[in-house]
Design a protein around this ligand. Structure first.
Ligand code: 3H9
Length: 707
């Protein structure tokens, strides 16, 4: 037995006739330049040593290989490229076996597919998720996966980005053997020795050929998938490139198809969608890196109380129950607690109806749920989330009860969307335990959780909130206290920009269409109809007393609400919803209201192109985003991005509003704001941060990196 270290992070060790090459680059063996060089060196070493009959590729730590190193994209490429590495592995004259455990994704699976034989441990998760980063598998994956698994399953793996379990991977031909031993190394070594003993042939994936009948069948499957993909992946660049590359693999020689795959991959690398999607990938992982989570240990979190059993409270309860936490729900009377329980059960009944849950599983979950009309039932819980009516006095009354009954050290959270959490904290004897946990509706589905940090809260309470988010599989974003925190504060401003556009001449239908065309699933007026116009109306009334009388105020929404047109739930809002339909139709009476309001305000309507609509909409969003960062409400621009990606339907491939601003150019955004300011200088006040960054020639991302 001999051991040595080839470049940096690929260790090699000879065990009898097998050279074990262990990739070791924590945390997930992303294929950076050292690993790529190390892999080539390991293969060369095997070729040069006559005693080596086989090479075993394994990963150290928790994964085989999580793919190419995403951090290298967009920088100048360093040889060898990953396709070169895969080709070298495949061409090796000694038998190459890949033994996978943990994640084998993207370039990681491509390395394994270039090996001659593949073993997967039962825990392994295999996938080609490149499209989620705006890419295609670019190291032979679009050609080797169809050869191993067939065109249909391979395209499904590539377009869905899903992770496939080892058993399924074996069933579809992607792996040859399942490993049951203690480690991938032990299982892989035994498999390699067995293959040598059997005199197994050198089996190169590139050589797997199809009959002409099989090829025509594959082409027909592909044509069908292409039509479906064009419809489904609206606005996305890379999914159709996957199909194109798979087709090349069927029609061209392997080498020619590989060349084309590289070209398609590089087109994807150059696309703004790749930049947006990779920014989103890292933003999701960066948001948890907040000072309090670094400084303090989370408190114990074994049971939770929820006050309020309305739609929000019930959604929060479901989210907690799904994370295996026992939940005690408090309501004011027996009828309300029965309604709260029914709201929770309704979610699970929906899953049962769709075949996604069994009645037994529901019973097991509901066994963790209890309801009570007495706050005393919360005496021993570790955390309480209040989700009652959005009114400061009502919330303070709840907190007074919590202060009375909860054990010392219990975390007391409010789900308020707008209210002053410092005021709530100051109203009880333990402000250090009070925090905001702002869930988004439906709370059991939406990924965003704004963690709102009041002035007096302890660091370990903030750390506990981030720990909770992790348990709930949410994307937590740290926010400071202000009216609306990060998301709703910015929303209020660009909704105003949309209202100005509407009063100045664009119809709500044109604005919604422009916003959808930009990539949102729906526009702001559709969203208002879905959420219920009465919610915004109540907020406007609440703010009426503090509104700047000199600021422009569009009254169209109030006129619509005064008629009781609150959107889908009342059958009409900005749109008409005949007979409970959820797809709205333009409403001529709404247009008449808009015309009357324009006349009352003395406005001569003009037309707006979709481009101008979006420039104004985005400028308002970006400008307020900059204010939110400048005032420390968001820690970094990426926190604003994550808020909008996970809570407001912002198109992921654009990376979030601040990333989008960087891509458009901050000077361009500022120039737009200054132009719009000529019409309304009060509304269009450039953010000081935006002006500073433009002066210094910097972008928002420079602030992300500065942290
Ligand atoms: C590709 O392969 C292209 C090729 O086809 C062609 C090339 C020519 N690179 O998510 P976690 C970091 S494209 C760099 O928190 P988990 C991550 O940022 C790639 N870094 O852990 C984090 O860093 P930090 C195709 C990476 O257990 C840390 O590792 N592959 C990469 O929840 C831990 O990650 C993919 O798309 C990477 N590839 O989940 C897979 N992967 O600690 C992307 C992770 O500083 N990765 N990091 O915050 C994942 O989906 C998840 O990370 C994984 C682990 C499921 C593996």
């Amino acid at each position: 037995m001999s051991a040595s270290n080839t470049p940096a992070s690929v260790r090699t060790e000879l065990r009898g006739p097998v050279l074990i090459a262990t990739l070791d680059s924590p945390p997930v063996n992303a294929l950076n330049v050292e690993l790529r060089r190390g892999l080539i060196a390991a293969i060369e070493k095997a070729e040069a040593d006559a005693s080596v009959q086989a090479v075993l590729l394994v990963g150290a730590g928790r994964a085989f290989i999580a793919g190419a190193d995403i951090r290298e994209f967009g920088q100048s490429p360093q040889p060898p490229s990953l396709p070169e590495v895969c080709n070298r592995i495949e061409a090796c004259s000694k038998l190459v076996v890949a033994a996978m455990h943990g994640h084998a994704l993207g370039g990681g699976l491509e390395v394994a597919m270039a090996a001659h034989y593949r073993l997967a441990m039962r825990d392994a998760k295999l996938g080609l998720p490149e499209v989620q980063l705006g890419l295609i598998p670019g190291a032979g994956g679009t050609l080797r996966a169809p050869r191993l698994m067939g065109v249909g399953p391979a395209v499904d793996l590539m377009l869905s980005g899903r992770h496939m379990g080892a058993v399924e991977a074996q069933a579809c031909g992607l792996v040859d053997r399942l490993g049951d031993d203690d480690s991938a190394e032990v299982a892989g070594l035994a498999y390699a020795l067995e293959l040598l003993q059997q005199g197994a042939s050198m089996r190169r994936t590139r050589d797997a050929s199809a009959t002409s009948a099989e090829r025509s069948e594959s082409l027909a499957t592909l044509a069908k998938l292409e039509a479906e993909t064009a419809k489904k992946s609206r606005g996305l660049f890379s999914p159709l490139k996957v199909i194109e590359s798979v087709r090349n693999g069927l029609e061209l020689s392997f080498d020619e198809a590989l060349k084309r795959e590289r070209q398609l991959f590089l087109q994807c690398i150059d696309s703004p969608q790749r930049a947006g999607l990779i920014h989103a990938f890292f933003a999701e992982r960066e948001v948890v890196k907040v000072p309090e989570a670094r400084a303090a240990q989370p408190r114990r979190l074994a049971s939770v109380g929820v006050v309020g059993g309305g739609i929000m409270g019930a959604g929060i309860a479901v989210s907690l129950l799904d994370a295996c936490l026992p939940v005690t729900m408090i309501e004011r009377d027996e009828a309300s607690i029965a309604r709260g329980r029914a709201n929770v059960e309704k979610v699970y009944d929906g899953l049962i109806a769709k075949g996604r849950m069994t009645s037994e599983a529901k019973a097991a979950v509901m066994a963790r749920f209890s309801g009570s009309i007495s706050y005393d039932a919360l005496a021993q819980v570790d955390l309480v989330i209040e989700a009652v009516f959005e009114d400061l006095d009502v919330k303070k009354a709840v907190f007074a009860e919590l202060d009375r009954v909860c054990k010392p050290g219990a975390v007391l959270a409010t789900n308020t969307s707008y209210l002053d959490i410092d005021a709530i904290a100051a109203s009880i004897s333990r402000p250090q335990d009070v925090i905001g946990l702002h869930f988004f509706s439906p709370a059991h589905i939406m990924k965003l959780l704004e963690i709102v940090v009041p002035a007096k809260v302890s660091a370990d309470v903030v750390a506990t909130a981030f720990n909770l988010a992790n348990k709930l599989k949410k994307v937590p974003v740290r926010a400071g206290v202000c009216d609306g925190f990060i998301g709703n504060r910015i929303l209020a401003v660009y909704r105003q920009a949309a209202d100005y556009l509407m009063e100045d001449g664009a119809s709500p239908y044109e604005i919604d269409a422009a916003v959808r065309e930009f990539g949102y699933p729906m526009g702001p007026f559709q969203m208002s109809d879905l959420a219920g116009g009465d919610i915004g109306w109540a907020t406007r009334k609440r703010r009426a007393a503090t509104r700047n009388p000199k600021a422009r105020y569009v009254q169209i929404a109030d006129r619509i609400c005064e008629r009781g047109w609150f959107g889908q739930k009342t059958g009409r809002g900005y749109y008409l919803y005949p007979q409970g339909s959820r797809t709205g139709q333009p409403d001529p009476e709404v247009q008449a209201i808009i015309d009357a309001e324009r006349e009352r305000a003395g406005i001569t309507p003009r037309s707006f192109t979709a481009d101008e609509i979006m420039r104004r909409y985005m400028a308002a969003m970006i400008n307020e985003g900059a204010n939110v960062v400048d005032q420390g409400i968001a820690l970094r621009p990426l926190d604003v991005d994550a808020t909008f990606l996970y809570g407001y339907g912002f198109p992921r491939y654009r990376g979030g509003p601040m990333k989008y601003a960087d891509m458009v150019g901050l000077d361009q955004v500022l120039a737009d704001i200054r132009t719009f300011a000529k019409e309304d200088p009060l509304f269009w006040q450039p953010s000081p941060l935006l002006e500073r960054l433009v002066d210094e020639g910097k972008n928002f991302d420079s602030l992300n990196r500065a942290q």
